[in-house]
Write a protein that binds this ligand. Structure first.
Ligand code: ATP
Ligand code: LTN
Length: 332
């Protein structure tokens, strides 16, 4: 039998998961879980580049693990783990930081954005964040890294670091490809269709754990467009709000834009917006209910992350051993 290809990704437990995370990343992971050998983790080490409340970080990490499972990632078939429980991430990160240039890190848009947002805490971790991300990835020798469009630059840097290291020491790392969905790669805020949906603008952000009534209200208040056309037509340039809603509807129903235009022909936004809300509510309902159920089962979640960390660490240690040997560290 042919070996399965490897897929790996992570999300920071720095906020509650939202529809952008789900459609841009997690849904894709779950859809592909049968086909690939998958590693998905909570990037908790990454979160402390910005100050976190410790109790909230712990709660969110467990909730995120429960949500991964509720979204369809079966822990028997996928390796689910917390980054901080696998020491090889921090160990490889140090080595890779010596093969990454200051100039490369200075060009990362996420660093520029976040350092502008947190002027009082532009710490070294925020700057070297993409090196840790490269270590997260390269340890597991994945073929694909499924992320939203905003993370593409980090995956490209990872490829550059891997190629540089390989060119000095031979084939140590597989050079991975970013895997970006067609629909859902960039979901915009419901109240700010110019900006990506983000927890920092909660009114326009649909959280996976939001009540159906809250979701319905957020969609009713969604910004459509300033023309008077009142017609459901895909035109991202002139009608970004409507295009965003169509994108969301397409992602959750699997319908094409033409099918959606037909479905709502002759009907205005007053019908369209609640229909999108309803489709999202029905998609998220089983996820929310299952997350709620799992979060109460602490013993089960503990068994999942322990098993996940052991499996991840086994694979990661093989790559790290190779790296240590290549750079010249004395082996035990
Ligand atoms: P913030 O809300 O602070 O911008 P975030 O929700 O983007 O943070 P991340 O940990 O950066 O959180 O994102 C996790 C994953 O979800 C990444 O793969 C990212 O590309 C994807 N993602 C995040 N927001 C969106 C979005 N609006 N549309 C599509 N994908 C998204
Ligand atoms: N930087 C990512 C989270 C992340 C990640 C990774 C994604 C950390 N390590 C490895 C893919 C692979 C983010 O902020 N979304």
């Amino acid at each position: 039998m042919e070996e399965k290809k490897i897929m790996l990704s992570g999300i920071q437990p720095s906020g509650d998961l939202h529809l952008g995370n789900y459609l841009g990343a997690i849904k894709n992971w779950a859809d592909r879980a049968q086909e690939f050998d998958c590693y998905y983790f909570m990037a908790d080490l990454h979160t402390i580049t910005v100050r976190q409340n410790p109790a909230d970080l712990r709660r969110r990490s467990m909730q995120q693990l429960a949500a991964y499972i509720a979204c369809g990632l079966d822990p028997e078939k996928n390796t689910l783990f917390l980054q901080s429980m696998v020491p090889q991430h921090a160990q490889l990160s140090w080595v890779l930081s010596c093969y990454t240039q200051f100039g490369e890190l200075s060009r990362m848009t996420q660093f520029k954005d976040k350092s502008a947002k947190h002027k009082d805490n532009i710490n070294a971790g925020l700057f070297t964040y993409p090196v840790l991300m490269a270590a997260d990835i390269l340890l597991y020798q994945p073929h694909y890294v499924p992320v939203g469009a905003d993370q593409k630059q980090h995956v490209e840097l990872t490829r550059d670091i891997a190629q540089r290291f390989n060119s000095i020491y031979g084939d140590v790392f597989r050079v991975p490809e970013p895997y970006i969905p067609k629909a859902g790669a960039r979901i915009y805020g419901l109240t700010t269709p110019g900006d990506k949906m983000s927890k920092s603008i909660p009114e326009g952000c649909v959280f996976l754990m939001d009540d159906p009534a809250v979701i319905a209200r957020k969609f009713k208040r969604a910004v459509t467009d300033s023309d008077r056309e009142n017609c459901v037509r895909y035109d991202p340039e002139n009608k970004p709000g409507v295009a965003n809603l169509m994108n969301i509807y397409a992602s959750v129903t699997g319908k094409t834009f033409e099918e959606i235009e037909k479905e709502f022909e002759g009907q205005g936004y007053g019908v369209f917006k609640p229909a999108v809300g309803e489709a999202v509510i029905e998609t998220l309902r089983p996820i929310r209910e299952e997350t709620d159920r799992l979060i109460k089962d602490k013993a089960y979640l503990e068994s999942v992350y322990k098993e996940g960390a052991a499996r991840a660490s086994y694979i990661a240690s093989k790559t790290l051993r190779k790296v240590y040997k290549k750079v010249g560290f004395v082996q035990i």
